[in-house]
Design a protein around this ligand. Structure first.
Ligand code: ATP
Length: 508
């Protein structure tokens, strides 16, 4: 079995070979951090987006959607704090000429110490067996205590320096910790600089008139500036939510790990407007709801974990991430943030327009508080793909690559395959295709042996393969083959829509 790094490489190659993801402008050698979705990728992406939209908008009577423009008035980004504070601290290694995020270097260093603690715990658990009390061990073992205090010390220095925007102290910390460049192995670091992640361009044709506009770095602001429009025209009563999916752009310092960190990506965000003072209740509610959504796909709970933020963004009073175990470790997939009234209040201040809600129950007006859920569509795509990708050895000694994509998300739900391309089987298969294609995405294939066609469908994650054979012409039955178990049942053609619908509903 390939190790994680190899698996990840194979997955990227597979995603390209089977039309899921191509590097952008590949014939010109690509553009760093930008990717295109191919014929199968776009289906999977649309399905993830739709699954999210249904869960958020269709299933909640008090959540509605919008689709705001990517360009917004430049003052939006002043009010939101992005012009002044949407920065990453960057540092270069003078020998390798590689650029890093200073915060990521420090966090990776902390992760290494955490791994040492985990090793101590594991060793002790083995030694003590059933009698092992992990909590007690973690709070009394001298070595673990030493590591824990090292971590606390680093965090205190690091977050303190970030807070004060003391870039020299961050550099000093990197040097004191002995952090080396993973490429050159040296500690020959430059100064730390702040780097704003927003892309800007000029709007207007004459240069003197042109004004700087930004490509939005998050979709949320399109919702905040439309809060009043939606609340009034939709006659929404607090608590209520506004959902949106769409492109966002960030000039990431290091765009790598495939579609995990892109410069152009898509977000699925929902802002939930609540009465001040109730935000923690709703924060916890949405944490639970969002985790339920992930688990409803049938991806095992061990693949997910929570990470509570210690350093809060400039707008938040509580924040937790849902992390997913990608092939390169647990990393952020979704954020749930309590954003207080930061955004609405600032838009009120900068625009001079009153942004308030009259609460009939309290007989009082206030600026609503906001709890948001924010997930990257591309990151979710990568989570699904890395969970789904399997290289399998079969009983007969042959191998297959199968994408165990949750059926509800699969690009194609069914493949319709005449056993041979003669004897009237293609015509019959076309009839089957016609009865299914209006309800389900189906693919018709008659080239190559049936075995090779099954492999191709496994490789793009089609959950059901329907084969039309000579018996079909006699008794109107077909075989339906399950992608994961490869088990085949014989069923009547008339039953097919019902069977597929039922299996998709059960997500099996
Ligand atoms: P990170 O710490 O990984 O840079 P973030 O905390 O800045 O992410 P948020 O601003 O909370 O991310 O954005 C919400 C979600 O948008 C993230 O959970 C992630 O799924 C997605 N996202 C953010 N930046 C990118 C990116 N560069 N490429 C792909 N998805 C992204």
């Amino acid at each position: 079995m390939a190790n994680n790094e190899e698996l990840f490489k194979n997955l990227i190659a597979h995603a390209k070979e089977y039309g899921f993801i191509f590097p952008s402008s590949e014939i010109y050698d690509g553009l760093a951090g930008v990717y295109d979705y191919g014929q199968n990728g776009v289906e999977l992406k649309n399905n993830i987006r739709q699954y999210w939209w249904k869960a958020m908008v269709q299933h909640h009577e008090n959540i509605v959607g919008i689709d705001a423009a990517i360009f917004m008035h430049p003052t939006v980004w002043k009010a939101s704090g992005h012009v002044d504070a949407f920065n990453d601290p960057l540092i270069d290694n003078k020998d390798s000429k590689k650029r890093y995020r200073a915060d990521v270097l420090v966090e990776d260093h902390i992760a290494k110490i955490e791994a040492k603690i985990a090793k101590e715990v594991e060793k002790a658990a083995k030694r003590f067996g059933d009698a092992f009390n992990e909590e007690q061990f973690r709070t009394t073992n001298p070595r673990v205590l030493e590591y824990t205090s090292q971590i606390d010390d680093i965090k205190q220095k690091f977050y303190g320096a970030l807070e004060r925007n003391d870039l020299e102290a961050i550099r000093q910390l990197i040097i004191d910790l002995g952090i080396v460049c993973p490429v050159s192995g040296t500690r020959n670091w430059t100064e730390v600089r702040q780097f704003n992640l927003m892309f800007s361009t000029a709007m207007g044709s004459v240069s003197e008139e042109a004004s700087t506009v930004y490509l939005r770095p998050e979709t949320a602001q399109g919702i905040f500036v439309n809060y009043l429009n939606v609340q009034k025209t939709g006659r929404m009563k607090i608590p209520f939510g506004i959902a949106q999916t769409g492109k966002a752009f960030r000039n990431e310092i290091v765009a790598r790990q495939f579609i995990f960190r892109m410069r152009e990506f898509e977000q699925m965000e929902m802002q939930y407007f609540v009465r001040p003072g109730t935000e923690m209740e709703w924060f916890n509610y949405w944490k639970q709801e969002r985790m339920k959504w992930h688990l409803s796909l049938g991806i095992p709970a061990e693949k997910y974990r929570w990470h509570d933020h210690e350093k809060l963004a400039h707008y938040a009073n509580a924040a937790s991430d849902i992390e997913f175990e990608f092939p390169f470790g647990f990393k952020e997939l979704e954020g749930i943030h309590s954003r207080t009234d930061f955004d609405l209040s600032n838009h009120q201040k900068y625009s001079g327009k009153k942004i308030q809600y009259f609460d009939p129950e309290l007989n009082d007006s206030y600026t609503p508080y906001v709890v948001e859920t924010s997930i990257g569509l591309d990151r979710m795509f990568l989570a699904v793909l890395s969970y789904a990708y399997h290289e399998e050895k079969l009983e007969d000694g042959s191998e297959r690559v199968v994408l165990r994509i949750p059926p509800v998300l699969a690009p194609y739900k069914a493949a319709v395959l005449p056993l041979v391309a003669k004897d009237g089987l293609p015509e019959k298969a076309r009839e089957v295709m016609d009865t299914l294609k209006f309800e389900f995405m189906c693919q018709y294939e008659e080239k190559d042996s049936i075995g090779r066609r099954y492999r191709r469908q496994d490789a793009i994650g089609t959950p059901y393969a329907i084969t039309i054979d000579h018996q079909t012409l006699e008794d109107n039955t077909v075989t339906i083959r399950e992608r994961d178990t490869m088990q085949q049942d014989r069923v009547n053609i008339e039953q097919l829509p019902k069977i597929i619908r039922k299996r998709l509903q059960d997500n099996k």
